[in-house]
Ligand binder design. Structure first.
Ligand code: UFG
Length: 336
């Protein structure tokens, strides 16, 4: 039996593929390489293509005995989704529609879905429980919620079993430094701060210090990418063991402010990191912190890299080894 991992060349996807192969699972990766990196796939069968392409799914499902899908493939930039909702509905929602249609044709009835804390929007309280209200504040979060609901109806009507994992802020890298986080353009806080530590940026722009938090900067719940990977494996095992569908938060349950993250990066890297406070980034909630008790209970999930220091240390290790990310070409200095 093999697992199809869509988006397996992306940041969280590639770390999950690495983890699954370490558990002796047979993995097939499908990735368009639009944002993913071929170099992030270490020793796994790989198909280049889109989840919206029924013919490549026919080929994969005919050539391999696949019992489950772990579905990461998606566009995932909040700002971009605000500019181009059509793109997000087309790639995320319609792409998933084709994937599920093909899974039903080939009688594949298990899927672990990569959802997001973005489904909550501005939370009514923190820590956030799965039952709290979902009010996405951008099309990206909305597409994740649409898919969660679509999967629920597919369970009701076709018996498709699904675990949707709502990640908070994924961060860190493979502790052995083989793969890490590389987005173009980079918009995530920790890689940006580490680029500044490497001298690839002059400074880190802090988007607002007038939030209602202890130091005025936004607070986030950072979760190590390999702890997310282990949760995907446990979710898959739970579905294989015949358990019902579920929706689970994945975070550490501790919030760190943007300022605290910058300070942790200064400490780990030993570098001067300059910051400049600018205006708020539209759509940023002040605080996002997960209650992950349900995942701990249902999956037996135990995050092992839960301190911010470990998360930053592993990310720094990879950024130092690969200062240009996966690209061999040296990029120009990024302005800020
Ligand atoms: N930030 C800065 N400066 C930067 C980059 C980020 O101050 O240069 C701040 C942001 O304003 C935010 C915090 O750092 O307050 C974290 O920002 P990220 O972009 O790293 O992460 P987000 O919390 O915005 O987004 C993450 C995921 C999204 C997901 C969202 C859920 O990356 O995919 O959580 O709300 F949608």
């Amino acid at each position: 039996m093999a697992i199809l991992v869509t988006g397996g060349a992306g940041y969280i996807g590639s770390h999950t593929v690495l983890y699954l192969t370490q558990q002796n699972e047979k993995v097939i990766v499908l990735d368009s390489l639009q944002t993913g990196h071929k170099e992030a796939i270490l020793e796994t069968s790989f198909y280049k293509g889109s989840i919206a392409d029924g013919s490549i799914l026919d080929e994969i499902f005919s050539n391999h005995t696949i019992d489950a899908v772990i579905h990461f493939a998606a566009d995932s930039l909040v700002g971009e989704s605000m500019k181009d909702p059509l793109l997000y509905y087309e790639n995320n929602v319609m792409g998933t529609f084709t994937l599920i249609k093909k899974m039903m044709e080939f009688d594949i009835k298990k899927i672990v879905f990569s959802s997001s804390a973005a489904v909550y929007g501005n939370p009514e309280k923190v820590p956030i429980d799965e039952e709290d209200s979902t009010n996405p504040t951008n099309p990206y979060g909305e597409t994740k919620l649409v898919i969660e609901n679509f999967l629920k109806w597919c369970d009701t009507s076709y018996g498709l079993k699904t675990i949707s994992l709502r990640y908070f802020n994924a961060a860190g890298a493979d502790p052995e430094g083989r793969i890490g986080e590389d987005h173009t353009p980079e918009s995530h806080l920790i890689p940006i701060v580490l680029q500044a530590a490497l001298g690839k940026r002059e400074k880190v722009v802090i988007f607002g210090d007038d939030y209602n938090t202890h130091d005025g900067t936004c607070v986030r719940d950072f979760v190590h990418v390999l702890d997310l990977a282990s949760a995907h494996y446990l979710a898959l095992m739970r579905l294989r063991n015949g358990h019902p569908s579920s929706i689970l938060n994945l975070g550490n349950g501790t919030g760190f402010s943007v300022n605290q993250v910058v300070e942790a990066c200064r400490k780990i890297t030993g570098k001067n990191i300059f910051t400049e406070v600018m205006s708020r980034r539209p759509g940023d909630p002040a605080r996002l912190i997960a209650n992950s008790e349900k995942a701990i209970k249902e999956l037996g999930w135990k995050p092992v890299y839960s301190t911010l220091e470990t998360i930053v240390e592993h990310a720094w290790n990879w950024h130092r080894l690969f200062p240009n990310g996966f690209s061999p070409v040296k990029k120009n200095k990024i302005k800020h």
